[in-house]
Ligand binder design. Structure first.
Ligand SMILES: Cc1cc2nc3c(=O)[nH]c(=O)nc-3n(C[C@H](O)[C@H](O)[C@H](O)COP(=O)(O)OP(=O)(O)OC[C@H]3O[C@@H](n4cnc5c(N)ncnc54)[C@H](O)[C@@H]3O)c2cc1C
Ligand code: SF4
Ligand code: SF4
Length: 674
C-alpha cells in the first residue's frame, strides 16, 4: 500500500492577468516581521489570505482583494478580525474586486466595475491550490469530473481508483489540518484491519436525526433525493450539516412567511411545500409553485438580501433541512455546480413569478440560458431616456432609480430595490426608452434582450398572454404615479440622502412639531437604562426631518461585523442589540446614518459594593461599561414605538417604503412648501 500526502502547495492557482510573473508577486509569506511600512496587497478570501492580511496589517498598509460582496469561505474568527481591522482603518478590504494588471510597485484593480490604481510593493496571491491532477491521472487516479472543482474519487477509507493507493490531506481535496489528520488515522486503522468511525459521526447523526444508518448512508440518501446536494461532495456536506438542522412541519404549518427577514436556506428532505404570494394591495394569496422532496427554496432572500417574497406551507408531514445563510454561502462558494443550480432557480422563479405566473418552471428553462448578469458599480447608467429599448432587466441585488428630464431638471420617478424588474416596455413595443435608469448602489442586474425574449415567445406562443397582461398592469400603475404632481423632487431627496434604505423611518413634520420633547422623553421612559434612542438632529428636507433614530434598513450595515453577534435582526425586520454587546463600537462606525449611540452602562451594584466604593475600595466589576444602544421600534412593548405614541400633535410618524411617496407628498403639499 502507498499513502500519498503530498499537499497542493506546488500547484498554486494564478490570476491569469498581465504582470503576474513579476518578481514582487508572491505565493507565500515567510515571516511577517520582514515587512514594515510597506504597501501590500493580499488577493483571496480564504483562511490563508485573511491570516496573511491580518499578520501584515500591524506594521504595513494592507489591501485585501475579495472577489465577492462579502467574505463567506473563511472561518468566523478570521472574518471578524479582518472586518474589525477594516472598521478601525487598520486595513482596507476591496469587495467585488479583482486584479486587472500588475506593474512594478502598483496594480490596477477593478472594484465594482471601476478601475482603480493602488500602490503595491508586494502582492501575495492566496487563491488556493489544486491537486497535481496531471500527475495523478498519469498514475491512474480518476477524478469526479473535468471541472476545476472536481476531486479524486475515493472510497470510504480514502482509497483511490488505483487499488492500494490512498490519498489524504489537501491533495485529496480536504484542505484542513484536522481533516487530513483524521483521514490519515482512518487509513492506518483500516490497513491494520480495524473499523473506525469518522470523527464527526456522532454530532452529524444528531444533526440528521430522522434517518437510519451511518452519516455516509444518510448523506448518500439525501444526495439521491436533492440534486443540489448531489452537486456537492460528501465532505462539503458534512461540514455544511454541522451547522444545519432538520425540522418537521405538520400539514398546513408555515415554514417561512412573506415579508419576514429570515434568511435560512431550505431544502425539502421529505414531504411537499407550497409557495404562496400575496400580491401588492391584495388580501388574497396566489399559489406560485408546488415543491416536492429534493427541491429547495429561500434562494430569493439569500441572493437579493431582502425580505421573503413568498409564504411557504407544508403539505402533509414535511421535513426541512434548514441551513444558515453563512453555511450555505460557504457551500455554494466551494461547489460551483450547486451555485449554478441556485442561481438558475432564482432566475426561473423571478421571471416566472413576474412575467409568467402559474406557468410551470420546466417551460421557462430556456429563459435562464438567454439571460446575462451585469455587475454594475454605483451611479452607472443602465440606459438613457431616448435610447432604443432593446432589453429588460431584473435587479438581482442592489438598487436603481428611474429618472426623467423635465426642462433642465432631472426628476426622479421612482426607485427599485432587488427583486424588481424594469425596462419591460422594450419587450412589446418599438418605442424608445422613456426614462433613464441609474444604479444607486453597486448592483447586479440580469439582462434579457428583446430579441431573445421574442425568440422564446415565438417558440412558446401559448405563453404570450401572461406577460402582456402583467405589463399592462404595470403601465397603468406607472401612469397613475406619473400623474402625481411633483413627487419626483421628494423622491430625489429621499434617494440622495439614502432614506429609501429604511423600512421603518421616523419622520417628523416640523409644521406640526411643537418642540415639547415628548418623543424623546417617551423613548427614555420605556428603556430601563433611561437612554433615548432618538435625537432631534438628522436629515432635513422641506418641512420634514428624518431624525437620528434607526431606520431599520433593508440591508443593515451595522450588522456587518459585531464580534459577539450581539446585533441581530428578528423575522419582522427589527434590528436590535442583545445584552452580550461588548461595546466595541463597530456597529456605531458602520451605521452610515449615525443612528447608533454608545452609552455608559451603570455597573450593577450591591449594597456591599456601594459601601466599598464609599471607602474607596471599589470592585473591578464597578467599572463603567460602554454599550451600544439603538432604536428597536420598542420591541416587546405593547402599543408600538413610544416616540410616535408620545407625540401630542401627530407630528412623529414611522413610514414604510410603500408609504414614503404618498405620505411625504401629502405632508409637503398640505403645507404648500416645495
Ligand atoms: C497560509 C495557510 C494557512 C493555513 N491555515 C490553516 C489553519 O489555520 N487550520 C487548518 O486546519 N488548515 C490551515 N491551512 C491548510 C493546511 O495547511 C493544509 O490543509 C494542510 O497543511 C494539508 O496537509 P497535507 O499534509 O495534505 O499537505 P502539506 O502540508 O502541503 O504537506 C505536503 C508535504 O509533501 C511534500 N511533497 C510534495 N511533493 C512531494 C514529492 N514529490 N516528494 C516528496 N515530498 C513531497 C511537501 O514538501 C510537503 O512537506 C492553511 C494553509 C495555508 C497555505
Ligand atoms: S443602525 Fe443604522 S445601519 Fe443599522 S439598521 Fe439602523 S439605520 Fe440602518
Ligand atoms: S458595540 Fe455591541 S452591538 Fe455594536 S458591534 Fe460592538 S458588540 Fe456588537
Amino acid at each position: 500500500n502507498v499513502i500519498l500526502a503530498m499537499g497542493t502547495q506546488g500547484n498554486p492557482r494564478k490570476l491569469g492577468v498581465p504582470g503576474e510573473d513579476l518578481p514582487h508577486v508572491l505565493y507565500r509569506l515567510v515571516d511577517p516581521a520582514e515587512h514594515r511600512d510597506q504597501d501590500l496587497l493580499v488577493v483571496g478570501a480564504g483562511d490563508s489570505a485573511l491570516e496573511i492580511a491580518i499578520a501584515l496589517s500591524d506594521e504595513n498598509r494592507v489591501g485585501l482583494i475579495v472577489r465577492g460582496t462579502e467574505i463567506t469561505r473563511a472561518n468566523e474568527v478570521l472574518t471578524k478580525d479582518v472586518l474589525s481591522r477594516q472598521a478601525t482603518g487598520q486595513l482596507t478590504i476591496y469587495f467585488s474586486a479583482s486584479v486587472k494588471e500588475v506593474y512594478p510597485g502598483y496594480a490596477d484593480l477593478t472594484v465594482r466595475g471601476d478601475v482603480t490604481r493602488v500602490a503595491a510593493e508586494l502582492i501575495f496571491l492566496k487563491l488556493g491550490a489544486d491537486a497535481p491532477r496531471k500527475f495523478f491521472e498519469s498514475i491512474g487516479i480518476t477524478f469526479s469530473g473535468t471541472g476545476k472543482d472536481s476531486r479524486p474519487i475515493l472510497s470510504d477509507v480514502h482509497e483511490s481508483s488505483v487499488p492500494g493507493l490512498y490519498l489524504i490531506g489537501a491533495a485529496s481535496g480536504r484542505d484542513l489540518i484536522k481533516l487530513g489528520m483524521n483521514q490519515g488515522y482512518e487509513v492506518i486503522e483500516h490497513l491494520m484491519g480495524r473499523e473506525v468511525e469518522p470523527a464527526d459521526e456522532a454530532v452529524l447523526k444528531e444533526r440528521l436525526p430522522y434517518w437510519e444508518g451511518t452519516v455516509r448512508e444518510r448523506i448518500a440518501m439525501l444526495r439521491k433525493r436533492a440534486p443540489l446536494l448531489a452537486a456537492a461532495d460528501e465532505q462539503q456536506l458534512r461540514e455544511t450539516f454541522l451547522s444545519a438542522r432538520v425540522r418537521e412541519y405538520r400539514d398546513g404549518e408555515i415554514i417561512i412567511r412573506q415579508n419576514d427577514y429570515t434568511n435560512d436556506f431550505l431544502i425539502i428532505a421529505s414531504g411537499r411545500v407550497e409557495l404562496w404570494k400575496k400580491p401588492e394591495k391584495s388580501d388574497a394569496e396566489v399559489k406560485l409553485v408546488d415543491l416536492t422532496a429534493g427541491n429547495f427554496f429561500g434562494e430569493m432572500s439569500l441572493i437579493s438580501g431582502r425580505r421573503r417574497t413568498a409564504t411557504a406551507r407544508a403539505v402533509g408531514d414535511t421535513r426541512i433541512i434548514e441551513i444558515p445563510r453563512k453555511a450555505i454561502l460557504k457551500l455554494l462558494g466551494a461547489a460551483p455546480r450547486a451555485r449554478a443550480l441556485v442561481d438558475q432557480a432564482f432566475l426561473l422563479r423571478a421571471f416566472g413569478g413576474y412575467l409568467f405566473p402559474g406557468i410551470p418552471e420546466a417551460q421557462l428553462g430556456q429563459l435562464v440560458e438567454l439571460s446575462v448578469v451585469n455587475n454594475l458599480p454605483k451611479d452607472a447608467v443602465v440606459f438613457r431616456e431616448g435610447e432604443p429599448a432593446d432589453a429588460f432587466y431584473l435587479i438581482r441585488n442592489g438598487m436603481v432609480k428611474i429618472t426623467k428630464t423635465s426642462g433642465e431638471k432631472e426628476v426622479v420617478l421612482s426607485y427599485l430595490v432587488a427583486g424588481n424588474f424594469f425596462g419591460e416596455a422594450a419587450l412589446f413595443s418599438d418605442a424608445d426608452r422613456t426614462a433613464t435608469v441609474t444604479t444607486i448602489f453597486p448592483s447586479d442586474l440580469i439582462k434579457l434582450s428583446k430579441r431573445d425574449f421574442n425568440n422564446f415567445l415565438g417558440a412558446h406562443p401559448d405563453l404570450r398572454q401572461a406577460p402582456l397582461q402583467k405589463l399592462e398592469e404595470r403601465r397603468i400603475a406607472s401612469l397613475i404615479a406619473d400623474a402625481t404632481p411633483g413627487s419626483g423632487n421628494i423622491l430625489n431627496d429621499l434617494i440622495r440622502e439614502e432614506v429609501v434604505m429604511g423600512t421603518q423611518t421616523l419622520i417628523i413634520d416640523e409644521h406640526k412639531c411643537i418642540r415639547c420633547g415628548n418623543c424623546i422623553a417617551g423613548c427614555e421612559g420605556v428603556h430601563h437604562d433611561g437612554q433615548a434612542r432618538l435625537s432631534l438632529t438628522g436629515i432635513k428636507f422641506y418641512n420634514l426631518l428624518a431624525p437620528n433614530s434607526c431606520w431599520q434598513c433593508e440591508n443593515p450595515m451595522c450588522m456587518l461585523d459585531c464580534p459577539p453577534d450581539a446585533i441581530v435582526r428578528d423575522p419582522r425586520g427589527e434590528v436590535y442589540i442583545k445584552s452580550n454587546c461588548i461595546g466595541c463600537g463597530n456597529c456605531e462606525r458602520n451605521c452610515p446614518y449615525d443612528n447608533i449611540f454608545m452609552v455608559h452602562k451603570e455597573p450593577k451594584r450591591s449594597i456591599f459594593s456601594w459601601v466599598a466604593s464609599l471607602l474607596g475600595k471599589g470592585h473591578k466589576n464597578d467599572v463603567e461599561q460602554t454599550v451600544a444602544v439603538k432604536c428597536d421600534l420598542c420591541r416587546g412593548i405593547s402599543g408600538g414605538p413610544a416616540c410616535v405614541r408620545s407625540c401630542p400633535t401627530g407630528a412623529a410618524i414611522r413610514l414604510t417604503p410603500e408609504e414614503y411617496r404618498s405620505t411625504l407628498e401629502e405632508l409637503v403639499i398640505t403645507h404648500g412648501e416645495r
